[in-house]
Design a protein around this ligand. Structure first.
Ligand code: NAG
Ligand code: NAG
Ligand code: NAG
Ligand code: NAG
Ligand code: NAG
Ligand code: NAG
Length: 461
C-alpha cells in the first residue's frame, strides 16, 4: 500500500503498475496452477445467479447453450484440481435443465438448435467419463444417451444424403443450413458414447456422421479446412461462414475418441493430426510465437472486442478438448502441451483487470489487460488453467476419461429421451429478449401469417 502514498503522478503510475500485474502463475507448480484456476472459477461464478432464490438453475441471461459450457468446464475443474466447491451448483444445473432426460427443456425447446442441445449432452458425457458425483434423478450417461437418441431422430437423409440441420425445427431461422458444430457435436457425442459403452451402434453413427461431413464441404480432408456451414438449397454444395476454433476442436476431439475406441485406426490418427495442424495454423498465430490461442474475431479493434457472446467462449471448449485429447491419444501430449502452457501464461497476464478481484480479459496474446471482462473471459481462463493440471494429475494417477470397462459406473439407458415429451410446436407466445435474433424474426413472421389466416377465415371469401 505504501507506494500509493507517493506524490500524485507517481502514485498513479505505481498503482497502475500494480493493477496490470496478472495473477501469478508458475506452470511448473501444481499449487500455482490450481490457485489460478480457483481464481478464474470464482470470478466466473460471480456472474452466475441461477442457484439463488427466484432464479433458474443452469440458465444464463440471454443464452441457454452457454450454461452447458459453464458446467462442463466446472466438471473438468473439479476433476483436475479436486476442488469440490462448485459441485453442488453444477449438479443442480445439469439436472434442472435435463428436460425429459434429453436436454430439451420445455421452456426453450421450440427455439433450440442441435448445437445448443449437444453442448449439454457433451457436459453430461464428460461428467460420466470423469466420474463426477451422480445425481439421484438420472445418470450422466443416460442424459448423454437421451441427447444422442433425440438427435438421431433429426438425422435428415432427405436432403444432401444426411446430416443434421442447424435448427431442430422448421420455424427457426437457420433450418435451411447444415452446420459444422451441430454435426461435429453429434459426431463427438456418438464417438464418446461408443468408447464409454462399447455399443457398436454409437460407433456406426459416429462414423456415418464423419463420413457425411467429409462428403459435403464441411470437413475438407484434403487440407483439413473446416467450413462453418453448407446450405440445403445448394444440395450442401455451397459453403460459407467464418473460421471458428470450436469447429476444429469438436471434430478433432471426436476423432481422438474414435482413435482410442478403434485402438489406433489410421483413419482417425490422420484426422487428428491433420486437424491439429490446421488448428495451430488458424488459432495459434506465429506472430505471437505460435503457442497462444487466439480466436479470429479478437484482434479487430484495439479495446472493445468484436467477438459476440458465443464466440467469446470457444477458447474454453477448445483448450479443454485439446487436454482431453492428450489423455486418450497419449503421444499427442508433446505437441499439445506447449500450446496449453503458452495460452495459460497469456491468460494469466489478462487476469489483471481492476482490483481487488483481478478480472480476466479476453486477448491472451496481449501483454496487458485488454479491458474486457465477464463470465466468458473467466470461463476461458478457467479451462486453460485447468488444462495445465494435466502433468500433475498424471503423476498422482489421474487417468482421464474412463469407460464402462475401466471403472465407469454411470448407468446406461439406451432408450433415454425417447419417452413422452411435449411435441415441439411453434406456439404463438411472447418473444423474450433472450431469444436468438434470427429465430425471433421467423417466429414473428409465422405468427403474423397465422393471424392473417385466422382473419381471412373469419371474414370469409
Ligand atoms: C450459489 O453457488 C455459489 C457458488 O458458486 C455459492 O457460493 C452460493 O452460496 C450459492 N447460493 C445459494 C443460494 O445456494
Ligand atoms: C421454466 O420456466 C419457469 C418459469 O420461468 C421456471 O420456473 C423453470 O425453472 C424453468 N425451467 C427450466 C428447466 O428452465
Ligand atoms: C502436419 O504438419 C506436419 C508438420 O508441418 C507435417 O509433417 C504433417 O504431414 C502434417 N500432417 C497432416 C496429416 O497433414
Ligand atoms: C449466439 O448466436 C445466435 C445465432 O447466431 C445469436 O442469435 C445469439 O445472439 C448469439 N448469442 C450471444 C450471447 O451472442
Ligand atoms: C486409449 O486411452 C487410454 C487411456 O484411457 C490409453 O491408455 C491408451 O493408450 C489409449 N489408446 C491408444 C491407442 O492410444
Ligand atoms: C446399443 O445402442 C442402441 C442405440 O441406442 C440401442 O438400441 C441398443 O439397445 C443398445 N444395445 C445395448 C446392448 O445396450
Amino acid at each position: 500500500m505504501g507506494t500509493c502514498l507517493h506524490p500524485l503522478w507517481l502514485a498513479v503510475f505505481l498503482c497502475l503498475g500494480r493493477i496490470v500485474s496478472g495473477i501469478e502463475l508458475d506452470i511448473n507448480d501444481a499449487e500455482s496452477v490450481k490457485s489460478a484456476a480457483a481464481t478464474a472459477a470464482y470470478g466466473m461464478m460471480t456472474y452466475y445467479h441461477g442457484n439463488e432464490s427466484g432464479q433458474i438453475p443452469g440458465k444464463l441471461p440471454g443464452t441457454w447453450w452457454t450454461g452447458g459450457e459453464v458446467f462442463m468446464a466446472l466438471v473438468q475443474y473439479w476433476y483436475w484440481t479436486g476442488d469440490t466447491s462448485y459441485n453442488d451448483v453444477t449438479k443442480q444445473a445439469l439436472i434442472w435443465q435435463r428436460g425429459h432426460n434429453d436436454y430439451l427443456p420445455d421452456n426453450y425447446t421450440q427455439d433450440l438448435g442441435n448445437d445448443d442441445q449437444v453442448f449439454w449432452g457433451l457436459a453430461a458425457i464428460t461428467a460420466a467419463e470423469l466420474k463426477f458425483p451422480e445425481g439421484e434423478e438420472v445418470s450422466w450417461l443416460a442424459l448423454a444417451q437421451g441427447v444422442f437418441n433425440t438427435q438421431v431422430e433429426k438425422w435428415d437423409a432427405d436432403t444432401c444424403d444426411g446430416g443434421l440441420r442447424w435448427q431442430r425445427n422448421s420455424w427457426n431461422g437457420g433450418y435451411d443450413l447444415k452446420n459444422a458444430v451441430s454435426n461435429g457435436g453429434f459426431f463427438q457425442l456418438a464417438a464418446r458414447l461408443a468408447r464409454y459403452t462399447k455399443n457398436e451402434t454409437y460407433g456406426e453413427w459416429a462414423e456415418k456422421a464423419w463420413d457425411w461431413a467429409t462428403s459435403v464441404p464441411l470437413v475438407v480432408e484434403k487440407n483439413w479446412h473446416i467450413n462453418d456451414l453448407v446450405t440445403v438449397d445448394s444440395q450442401c454444395k455451397s459453403s460459407s461462414g467464418d473460421q471458428w476454433s470450436y469447429n476444429y476442436g469438436i471434430y478433432l476431439n471426436g476423432a481422438a475418441f474414435m482413435y482410442n475406441w478403434t485402438d489406433g485406426d489410421t483413419k482417425w490418427k490422420g484426422a487428428v493430426e491433420g486437424l491439429l495442424n490446421t488448428t495451430w495454423r488458424n488459432f495459434f498465430p506465429e506472430e505471437y510465437g505460435g503457442n497462444i490461442m487466439r480466436e479470429p474475431c479478437e484482434p479487430q479493434l484495439p479495446q472493445v472486442t468484436p467477438c459476440d457472446g458465443n464466440q467469446s467462449t470457444f477458447k474454453s471448449l477448445v483448450t479443454a478438448w485439446l487436454a482431453l485429447t492428450t489423455t486418450i491419444m497419449p503421444y499427442t501430449v508433446d505437441v499439445i502441451m506447449p500450446k496449453l502452457q503458452g495460452s495459460a501464461i497469456g491468460a494469466a497476464k489478462q487476469c489483471s483487470g481492476p482490483s481487488p478481484d483481478k478480472k480476466c480479459g479476453q486477448r491472451w496474446y496481449l501483454d496487458e489487460y485488454d479491458g474486457t471482462t465477464g463470465l466468458r473471459e473467466h470461463m476461458c481462463a478457467l479451462s486453460v488453467f485447468t488444462a495445465n493440471m494435466l502433468p500433475f494429475k498424471e503423476e498422482s494417477g489421474g487417468k482421464g476419461p474412463v469407460t464402462s470397462d475401466t471403472g465407469g459406473t454411470s448407468k446406461s439407458d439406451p432408450t433415454a429421451g425417447t419417452g413422452s415429451r411435449k411435441p415441439e410446436q411453434n406456439e404463438p407466445r411472447e418473444i423474450t429478449t433472450g431469444d436468438r435474433a434470427g429465430a425471433g424474426v421467423v417466429t414473428v413472421v409465422v405468427v403474423g401469417a397465422w393471424l392473417g389466416l385466422v382473419a381471412w377465415m373469419m371474414t370469409g371469401p
